[in-house]
Design a protein around this ligand. Structure first.
Ligand code: PQQ
Length: 248
């Protein structure tokens, strides 16, 4: 590997080291057992919106790709979330988590109670992938370089601290531990190959930075709405409602 390629990879990794959402106070609260059941539910509801939009952004990406080899490499991402024969898929696994924390899964799937800022941030990511260069779109997905570490610490933290946590409710994260590394190995190599000028490297680094903001902003919204002093925006999920027991 050339020095220049190594230095660029290091620059991308540094963006994660400084800005990835594993450092957000909401994640510290969640993983250390500090969340109330309603705070966990708020996270499940809002994070579902991100999950639900990931295959849509991957479809938007693929609709712009002219190279069949790149589309072939990318399409398993959609199946990982939507499912395929013999694989229920990430969205169904996430709804199992919604069941386990006592939420009405139809309400979660409807995305009705999602925070406005979560919606804005996630929609901005889908639009970004639809509208920018393919290089920037692939670079934005590289936050997944940093995801296996947070998924592993989430599994460990949730199992240690919350009664709802078990193999079934956490299966989403266990699956991502094997799915994400294959996706990101491909994405990283593709970005390193295609960012072959200083301008393109700057654009790819800016795209990855943008994506860390998309993730961070979602947790800021969650923290502001549901951690004291909590300010729940109009229309967003109210604790105690939409439980699987049938509460309103
Ligand atoms: O739990 C997390 O912290 C986390 C982060 C990210 C990420 O870094 O974007 C993804 C996921 N999970 C994830 O599960 C997932 O499927 C995923 C897809 C993507 C993407 O940008 O294509 N990021 C992520």
């Amino acid at each position: 590997m050339s020095f220049q390629r190594c230095a660029f990879e290091e620059r991308l990794r540094q963006i994660g080291a400084e800005r990835y959402h594993d450092k957000h106070p909401f994640h510290e609260l969640l993983h250390s057992g500090g969340c109330t059941p309603d705070q966990v539910r708020a996270w499940v509801i809002n994070r579902f919106y991100y999950q639900s939009r990931i295959p849509m952004k991957d479809a938007a990406f693929m609709s712009r790709v002219e190279d069949p080899a790149l589309r072939r490499a990318w399409r398993s991402r959609i199946e990982d979330h939507d499912g395929s024969d013999g694989n229920e898929g990430g969205i169904a696994r996430w709804l199992r988590l919604a069941d386990a924390v006592g939420l009405d899964r139809d309400y979660v799937a409807s995305a009705e109670g999602v925070l406005p800022a979560t919606r804005f941030a996630v929609d901005a990511y889908v639009r970004f992938v639809r509208d920018t260069s393919l290089l920037e779109a692939v670079a934005a997905s590289l936050t997944e370089l940093f995801a296996p570490k947070i998924h592993a610490s989430r599994i460990e933290g949730l199992l240690a601290h919350y009664a709802f946590a078990d193999d079934s409710s956490l299966s989403y994260f266990r699956n991502r531990l094997s799915e994400a590394p294959k996706d990101v190995a491909f994405g990283l190599a593709w970005v390193l190959d295609h960012a072959d000028t200083a301008e393109k490297q700057d654009a790819a680094a800016a795209a990855l930075t943008f994506k860390t903001d998309v993730l961070w902003a979602q947790l800021d919204a969650l923290h502001a709405a549901y951690v004291a002093p909590a300010h729940i925006p109009p229309g967003a999920w109210q604790p105690g409602t939409h439980l699987s027991g049938g509460a309103a």
